[in-house]
Design a binder for this molecule. Structure first.
Ligand SMILES: [Zn+2]
Length: 306
């Protein structure tokens, strides 16, 4: 009995022992499982972080590349626009100038002489911008040197910057045929420096006081050969507001225009943007309406000298 009792005890001790061992093994496996899971989770997290980081880096690189590509495209477009703004006087252009007062459709060239001035030219540019009209400025080199920023603005806003010589002093510019060219070149240097485009040449000149007649008529005539030789065309006008000949009100300007405009399909209007011509700037919206009401399209010399 004692032996049996002893055996029973032994069996129950062994069973107990087995249970504890099983619990320990199970616990160990459980802990091991948790640890493995943790390691796997960490690894996944790490991989994810790496992936996120790499994709962030890639995005940054792509953004940089896009930025650079955009900058390159913008520069190319700027160069293209610049090139488009480099007028070339070809036979077609010469022919266009010869027929400047003839056109099948109604067109008008607004032209402003003797500027730029700090008091009037910006007002004119504001109106032209508002009305979405491109005009032509026959600038004086001496004034360009005083107002390079305004010249640049006019150029960059798509207006045609042509030459009206340098000094506007008749005794100087018409001292000889050569001095006409000298003044053209001097104004050209001023324009180029102002707009920052050394290749620019409008190939277009307007004689101070107009081409025909006057005390210096012969010098002017003789200088045409030199202009031709230098591939420079010249143009006058066939309508004017007389803003440099005593007219000072919008009504007077319109009355002056009415004298010649109805006779022409193709109109080149002479106006001035010198510092004293505030009345011209003030009248400009009405002058624009005058031409719009009569069915004229606005052009500048980019459509003539291409
Ligand atoms: Zn003038």
């Amino acid at each position: 009995m004692i032996n049996i009792g002893g055996t029973m005890d032994l069996i129950s001790i062994r069973r107990k022992y087995n249970n504890i061992r099983n619990i320990i093994i199970a616990s160990f496996i459980f802990v091991l499982f948790i640890v493995i899971m943790l390691i796997i989770t960490e690894q996944i997290k790490k991989n994810n972080y790496e992936k996120i980081y790499l994709s962030y880096v890639n995005q940054c690189i792509q953004a940089d590349e896009l930025k650079q590509k955009k900058a390159e495209e913008e520069e190319a477009a700027r160069q293209e626009a610049l090139k488009a703004k480099l007028p070339e006087l070809t036979d077609e252009g010469k022919n266009n100038i010869a027929n400047i007062y003839h056109s099948d459709t109604k067109r008008v060239f607004l032209t402003f002489d003797d500027g730029p001035s700090s008091s009037v030219t910006p007002l004119i540019l504001d109106t032209l911008k508002q009305e979405n009209i491109k005009a032509t400025f026959f600038v004086l080199g001496s004034r360009v040197e005083l107002n390079p920023e305004i010249t640049k603005r006019a150029y960059e806003e798509g207006h045609y910057i042509a030459s009206h010589g340098y000094s506007h002093v008749y005794s100087q510019i018409y001292a000889s045929p050569q001095s006409v060219i000298d003044e053209y070149n001097k104004s050209l240097t001023a324009i180029r420096n102002a707009i920052g485009v050394q290749e620019y040449n409008p190939h277009l000149f307007r004689y101070p006081g107009g081409f025909s007649g006057g005390k210096y008529a012969n010098i002017k005539k003789q200088s045409v050969q030199l202009l031709d030789a230098n591939n420079i065309a010249h143009v006058d006008w066939n309508a004017l507001t007389s803003d440099a000949a005593g007219c000072t009100t919008t009504e007077q300007f319109l009355a002056e225009l009415e004298k010649t405009v109805p006779k022409h399909n193709s109109v080149v209007v002479l106006m001035h943007d010198a510092g004293s011509k505030k009345a011209t700037a003030e009248a400009l919206p009405t002058i624009i309406s005058y031409f719009r009401d009569r069915g004229y399209e606005f052009e500048n010399f980019y459509s003539i000298i291409k």
